[in-house]
Design a protein around this ligand. Structure first.
Ligand SMILES: *[C@@H]1O[C@H](CO)[C@@H](O)[C@H](O)[C@H]1NC(C)=O
Ligand SMILES: *[C@@H]1O[C@H](CO)[C@@H](O)[C@H](O)[C@H]1NC(C)=O
Ligand SMILES: *[C@@H]1O[C@H](CO)[C@@H](O)[C@H](O)[C@H]1NC(C)=O
Ligand SMILES: *[C@@H]1O[C@H](CO)[C@@H](O)[C@H](O)[C@H]1NC(C)=O
Ligand SMILES: *[C@@H]1O[C@H](CO)[C@@H](O)[C@H](O)[C@H]1NC(C)=O
Ligand SMILES: *[C@@H]1O[C@H](CO)[C@@H](O)[C@H](O)[C@H]1NC(C)=O
Ligand SMILES: *[C@@H]1O[C@H](CO)[C@@H](O)[C@H](O)[C@H]1NC(C)=O
Ligand SMILES: *[C@@H]1O[C@H](CO)[C@@H](O)[C@H](O)[C@H]1NC(C)=O
Ligand SMILES: *[C@@H]1O[C@H](CO)[C@@H](O)[C@H](O)[C@H]1NC(C)=O
Ligand SMILES: *[C@@H]1O[C@H](CO)[C@@H](O)[C@H](O)[C@H]1NC(C)=O
Ligand SMILES: *[C@@H]1O[C@H](CO)[C@@H](O)[C@H](O)[C@H]1NC(C)=O
Ligand SMILES: *[C@@H]1O[C@H](CO)[C@@H](O)[C@H](O)[C@H]1NC(C)=O
Length: 485
């Protein structure tokens, strides 16, 4: 074996086989320095494609500490402490497990296939591991010995098997992000022993069972996001002990039963609550108003009954309120009071009451709503009376849906003043009269649904000027004229 020894700097030596830039470089005299080099060259060797040329600097002209994506300590000898690379295709070489000084390993947003090497579990100085958004398969190896690990991001892969339990996680871990994989099984009760946990995200997997009561011990939890699984059982009582919780996502699962009436008092720091797409029933607790930081409240597609609590207007930071597809009702002025109070939510951008049992006239207080409102869905209720006049004061609406109600009278000319409107749906009502010509001022309009009303006369020819209009339905009316091209 012929070796060409290059004295690179006063501090260290790099040894390469002169004939090749392969990885088969070993010089035991150089100890860790050579180990690092061979580990990295093994890593490079497992890359099958490098379309962005991320590894072009990984050659013998440069010391490995100046290779792209590699960071070293400033100590002597320098140690590889961080690797951060994007754009690669291939497998993750187990040799990375030899880089024992590695603190941060970020290989998110590459196209790595194959398994997560179990050898990564030997990196006892590792603080963060980001493998998000690859196509990694197999099961999650044990990280129990990575005693410094705080953040483990494995989301957006094809990982199978179960969630790691306390026995496979280091004592101090704070963030465990496993969303968008193919994980199954149940949430291990032993996670209740991982009391440093602040963020557990396991959205969009196939996890079943309930949320174990043992998780009540996780007092420091800030984010619990398990949307899009097969979880079931009543509202998880363990959550009520997580008094610092800011994000709770339970949507699109099989949860049943009622929400705890005191939920807002137990979770005063809540910022996002998404529980849509379950089988929750009963009333919307008025205590939610005590969670004064709530800005996103999604409760759609459940079986909530009763009225929308008037206290909802105390949520001054609310930007999204989605109550669609429930059995909420409002019949009297008192039951509509929540609408008056929503005018206090000056950040509100999205409101959906679609597919409930709202009755009678839409309160004129709609006109006091935040001008921030962009999306208003009132369809599939039993709303009646004339076109809600308050809408005239909402100049930034992008989508307006009033379909499948009992509205009567004409569609007002002032609608043409809502210049940002992209979708207008008034179908399946009893609107009468002419289609207002002012609609041709809605220069961003893409969809116009007028079907199944009692409109008469001609379709305004000027609608033909709307260059983004792709869909228009005028069927089941008494309209004449051809649909503008
Ligand atoms: C690096 O060297 C140190 C001290 O000589 C040793 O303890 C350690 O095991 C070596 N690491 C590797 C990966 O060989
Ligand atoms: C070695 O890396 C440098 C960048 O550091 C690059 O300019 C050069 O083209 C590389 N050499 C080879 C042979 O890839
Ligand atoms: C590096 O890691 C690989 C795979 O874990 C192992 O087979 C190899 O012996 C290690 N090399 C050194 C120099 O430690
Ligand atoms: C390593 O990650 C931590 C957070 O996990 C960050 O504060 C630190 O700057 C990172 N260091 C390097 C070298 O990337
Ligand atoms: C992974 O992909 C998701 C969805 O595209 C994206 O929201 C997320 O920010 C990505 N994560 C990283 C670390 O790039
Ligand atoms: C963790 O370290 C212990 C003690 O060295 C060893 O017995 C065990 O196999 C290691 N576990 C893993 C998953 O590497
Ligand atoms: C938590 O740890 C203790 C002590 O190791 C153990 O007795 C208990 O069974 C663990 N709890 C769970 C839920 O695994
Ligand atoms: C949860 O909170 C309840 C009431 O505040 C308390 O009795 C219980 O001990 C707590 N559970 C855990 C596991 O901390
Ligand atoms: C919510 O706050 C009100 C006062 O604003 C208080 O009377 C009520 O008890 C609180 N509810 C809970 C569940 O903490
Ligand atoms: C919703 O509630 C109604 C009335 O309580 C009940 O008849 C219906 O079965 C419930 N639906 C579901 C899906 O739970
Ligand atoms: C909304 O604001 C008005 C005027 O500031 C106030 O009288 C009313 O109590 C508020 N409603 C709620 C629910 O906070
Ligand atoms: C809608 O108009 C039709 C035809 O005039 C009428 O029979 C029906 O009662 C009206 N419905 C409502 C809710 O006004």
């Amino acid at each position: 074996m012929t070796m060409k020894v290059t004295t690179a700097t006063a501090h260290f030596l790099l040894v390469f086989l002169a004939s090749t830039i392969s990885h088969s470089v070993i010089c035991s005299a150089l100890g860790n320095e050579t180990d690092q080099l061979s580990s990295l060259l093994e890593f490079k060797n497992a890359i099958s494609l490098d379309p962005e040329q991320s590894l072009i600097s990984w050659n013998s002209s440069n010391h490995l500490c100046s290779w792209e994506g590699v960071s070293c300590s400033s100590k002597n000898p320098p140690r590889v402490t961080a690797i951060d690379l994007v754009g690669l295709v291939g497998r993750i070489s187990p040799s990375l497990g030899n880089l024992t000084f590695l603190r941060n390993l970020s290989l998110a947003t590459n196209r790595f296939t194959g398994q997560i090497p179990a050898s990564l579990g030997r990196l006892r100085r590792l603080r963060s591991l980001y493998l998000s958004n690859n196509t990694l398969q197999g099961t999650i190896p044990s990280f129990a010995n990575c005693s410094e690990l705080r953040a483990l991001f494995l989301d957006g892969n094809e990982l199978a098997g179960g969630l790691p339990g306390a026995g496979d996680l280091p004592v101090g871990i704070e963030a465990l992000v496993l969303s968008s994989n193919r994980l199954a099984g149940t949430i291990p009760p032993s996670l209740g022993n991982v009391t440093t946990l602040r963020k557990l995200a396991c959205m969009n997997n196939g996890v079943g069972g309930g949320i174990p009561g043992e998780l009540a011990a996780l007092r420091g939890m800030e984010v619990l996001a398990v949307d899009g699984n097969r979880l079931s059982g009543g509202f998880p009582v363990a959550v009520m002990n997580m008094s610092g919780l800011a994000v709770l996502g339970l949507s699109t699962n099989g949860f049943t039963g009622e929400l705890p009436s005191g939920i807002g008092g137990f979770l005063p720091k809540l910022r996002q609550l998404t529980i849509g797409g379950n089988f929750f029933q009963g009333n919307i607790p008025s205590s939610l108003a005590n969670a004064s930081n709530l800005f996103k409240l999604g409760m759609s597609d459940n079986n909530f009954t009763g009225v929308v609590p008037a206290s909802i207007g105390k949520l001054a930071k609310l930007t999204l309120l989605n109550l669609e597809m429930n059995q909420l009702h409002a019949r009297s002025k008192q039951e509509w009071e929540f609408m008056d109070n929503l005018a206090n939510c000056t950040e509100l951008q999205v409101l959906s009451l679609e597919k409930n049992q709202m009755e009678g006239q839409v309160p004129s207080s709609l006109g006091n709503f935040s001008v921030q409102l962009q999306y208003l869905y009132l369809g599939l209720n039993r709303l009646s009376g004339s076109f809600p006049s308050g809408i005239a004061n909402l100049p930034n609406l992008i989508i307006l849906a009033l379909d499948d109600n009992w509205f009567t009278g004409s569609v007002p000319q002032w609608l043409g003043g809502l210049k940002t409107l992209q979708s207008l749906t008034v179908s399946y009502n009893n609107f009468t009269g002419y289609v207002p010509s002012s609609l041709s001022n809605l220069s961003h309009l893409m969809e116009l649904f007028l079907e199944s009303n009692q409109f008469i006369g001609n379709i305004p020819p000027s609608l033909g000027n709307l260059q983004f209009l792709t869909t228009i339905d005028i069927s089941n009316n008494n309209l004449h004229g051809s649909v503008p091209e």
